[in-house]
Ligand binder design. Structure first.
Ligand code: XMP
Ligand code: MG
Length: 183
């Protein structure tokens, strides 16, 4: 779906489809250099990271494995509850593995800091994070994210995997949700 099809629901397109692809290609080059010769496991965080994973993984000139985890900290609202719940766990044993967590967005950072601790306790050899988006002004906890696509303002965004109440995930771009939609 394209932004002009939902122009009443958004205030602006923040990042276009093309900008996203260029950035993911650039990050993939960097990751390929950093993990050359390693057996890398990409862990996508469902459901928001589905688009990032699909496109980033295809830009990567490396053999990788892929796994998925589903956690929730948001329900259907627009604010983090801070309570992280595992809805679907990994199928892969992380012991001795090089793990790259693939995320759509770091907002408060609460989900990710919880995931990092959880993965460390499973004996991963290394754990790094790639996030397409980050909201520096919203972060409540410091998380070390090695690969960041775009730093964005502290506004609720949708599209490219990101939803509001499960809607808009299939928008091609990242856009700012109009306040009248959620207020
Ligand atoms: P934090 O970092 O606050 O974020 O723990 C956890 C998850 O919340 C979702 N999230 C958003 N989803 N627009 C969305 O559609 C947003 O602006 C937004 N901010 C956070 C996202 O799934 C993230 O992984
Ligand atoms: Mg997410």
């Amino acid at each position: 779906m394209r932004a002009d099809q939902i122009s009443d629901d958004i205030t602006e397109v923040l990042i276009t489809e093309e900008q996203i692809q260029d950035k993911l290609a650039e990050l993939a080059e960097q990751v390929a250099r950093d993990y050359e010769g390693e057996n890398l496991l990409l862990v996508g965080v469902l459901k928001g990271a589905v688009m990032v994973m699909a496109d980033f993984a295809r830009h990567l000139p490396l053999h990788i494995q892929m796994d998925w985890m589903a956690v929730s900290s948001y329900g259907t609202g627009t604010r983090s509850s801070g309570v992280v719940q595992i809805r679907k766990d990994l199928d892969t044993d992380l012991h001795g593995r090089h793990v790259l967590i693939v995320e759509d967005i770091i907002d408060s950072g609460l989900t990710l800091s919880w995931l990092l601790e959880n993965f460390a306790s499973r004996g991963a050899e290394s754990i790094e994070v790639l996030a397409l988006l980050r909201k520096p002004d919203a972060m409540k906890v410091e998380v070390d994210c090695r690969y960041v696509g775009f730093d964005i303002p502290n506004e609720f965004v949708i599209g490219y995997g990101l939803d509001y109440a499960e809607k808009y995930r299939n928008l091609r771009d990242v856009a700012v949700l109009a306040p009248h939609v959620y207020s």
